[in-house]
Design a protein around this ligand. Structure first.
Ligand SMILES: [Zn+2]
Ligand SMILES: [Zn+2]
Ligand SMILES: [Zn+2]
Ligand SMILES: [Zn+2]
Length: 349
C-alpha cells in the first residue's frame, strides 16, 4: 500500500461510518454518536495523510512504517490533528467548525464512559441530530475546500449530504415547539431565515448593519453571517452565507472574496475619502484569515469579505504602514500579515 492507497481506504472507511451513523440513528442513537464522530476524525486524518502518513501517529518522531501498516500505533487526537493541519498544511480550521467537532467528541466520550438510558428520548435524539447538522455543515465545507484530495469521493459526499437532509426530520418537533419564539422574532422585525445547517426557517437575524446580519438558529444552534448582494455576473440577488466564496444560484458563476469586498464596499464614501485625503476607507488586511485587502469599512465596522470576521477598528502596521485588523503593537519588528517587519528585512539583508 502506498500513501494514496492508505488515504483511499481511510476516506472510504470514514464515509462508511458516516453512512452507518445516519442510517442506524433511529435504532441505535448511541452508536450513531460514536460512528459520526469517528467519521469526522478519520476525514481529518485523511487530510493529514496527504501531507505524510507519520502525521497520523501521535508521536511522528517515533513513527515506524511497519508498525503503522500493522495498525500498531497511537493516533493523533482531534486537537492535534487540527494543529498539524494548521502548522504543516498551512490550513486553518475555524473555531466555529472545530467547536462543532469538539462538541461531537465530548458527547461521544460521555456515551462511551457512562450508560445513558435516556438517549432514546425524543429531546436527546433532537440534540444529537442538531450536533450532526452543525458538524456536517462544517465538514462538508472542509471537504469542498479539500476538493483536490477528495475528488474521488464526490459521490460519497453527495450521498452523505442527501442522507443528512433526510436526517433533519428528527428536528421538526423542536421546530414546531419553537413557533411562538419564531413568531415573536418575526413581530420584532427579525424575520427568521433558512438555516444553512438544519434547513429550518429558524435562523433569527441580528443586524450588524443595514446589509449584514449575524444569525442564530433556534433549532440547531448553528450561527452564521449572511447578507444579500447582486451577483456581479448576472445582477440577480443572491444570499451569501458564512464564507467568502459562493456559486451563483442563477448563473452558476463563481463569486470570490474580491467580488464580495467590492460588493460590500461603499464606493461613494471611498471616492470622497480619497478626495479628502481621508485614509480610513482604504481596504485593510485581515489578521484572522491573512486575507490581503479583504477588509472593508462599512459605517462603524470593518468587515472581512473572506472570513466574515468583523471589528470596530483597524491599525496600521508600524513597518509597512498597511492597515490591518488585530494587534499591531509589535509590528515594527514582527510585521503584519502581509510583511515580515524589521526582523524579516534584516534576515533578507
Ligand atoms: Zn439550524
Ligand atoms: Zn449570477
Ligand atoms: Zn478574514
Ligand atoms: Zn506590515
Amino acid at each position: 500500500m502506498n500513501q494514496h492507497d492508505i488515504f483511499d481506504s481511510l476516506a472510504r472507511n470514514a464515509f462508511d461510518f458516516l453512512g452507518r451513523a445516519i442510517d442506524d440513528f433511529d435504532k441505535a442513537p448511541k452508536y450513531s454518536v460514536i460512528h459520526f464522530c469517528a467519521a469526522v476524525e478519520m476525514l481529518l486524518k485523511a487530510r493529514l495523510m496527504m501531507e505524510h502518513w507519520s502525521l497520523i501517529v501521535s508521536k511522528p518522531e517515533q513513527a515506524n512504517l511497519a508498525k503503522f501498516m500493522a495498525g500498531d500505533f497511537a493516533s493523533v487526537t482531534m486537537d492535534e490533528a487540527r494543529s498539524r493541519i494548521r502548522d504543516i498544511a498551512g490550513e486553518e480550521i475555524a473555531d466555529d467548525a472545530f467547536n462543532s467537532f469538539r462538541t461531537l467528541a465530548n458527547h461521544r466520550n460521555k456515551m462511551i464512559h457512562f450508560f445513558h438510558a435516556d438517549v432514546e428520548k425524543m429531546t436527546a435524539k433532537a440534540k444529537i441530530v442538531a450536533e450532526h447538522c452543525r458538524s456536517w455543515f462544517h465538514l462538508h465545507r472542509l471537504l469542498n475546500r479539500w476538493e483536490r484530495y477528495f475528488r474521488d469521493f464526490r459521490d460519497d459526499i453527495a450521498q452523505a449530504d442527501r442522507a443528512m437532509k433526510a436526517h433533519r426530520k428528527y428536528l421538526s418537533a423542536k421546530y414546531k415547539a419553537l413557533k411562538p419564539d419564531l413568531d415573536a422574532a418575526r413581530k420584532a422585525g427579525n424575520k427568521p431565515k433558512a438555516c444553512s445547517a438544519c434547513g429550518f426557517k429558524a435562523a433569527v437575524p441580528d443586524a450588524l448593519d443595514d446589509q449584514i446580519a449575524s444569525l442564530r438558529c433556534l433549532v440547531c444552534d448553528h450561527t452564521e453571517i449572511q447578507f444579500e448582494i447582486d451577483c456581479p455576473h448576472c445582477n440577480q440577488p443572491i444570499v451569501i452565507a458564512n464564507e467568502g466564496y459562493a456559486t451563483c444560484e442563477h448563473c452558476a458563476a463563481a463569486i470570490d472574496s474580491d467580488d464580495l469586498a467590492d460588493a460590500l464596499a461603499n464606493h461613494d464614501a471611498v471616492h470622497m475619502a480619497i478626495a479628502d485625503g481621508d485614509d480610513r476607507w482604504e481596504p485593510a488586511n485581515c489578521a484572522s484569515c491573512d486575507g490581503y485587502h479583504t477588509v472593508v469599512k462599512r459605517g462603524d465596522i470593518y468587515f472581512c469579505a473572506n472570513c466574515f470576521d468583523w471589528t470596530d477598528h483597524v491599525e496600521r502596521c508600524e513597518w509597512c504602514n498597511e492597515p490591518n485588523t488585530g494587534d499591531m503593537e509589535h509590528s515594527y519588528f514582527a510585521g503584519c500579515c502581509v510583511c515580515d517587519g524589521k526582523a524579516g528585512w534584516e534576515k533578507d539583508d
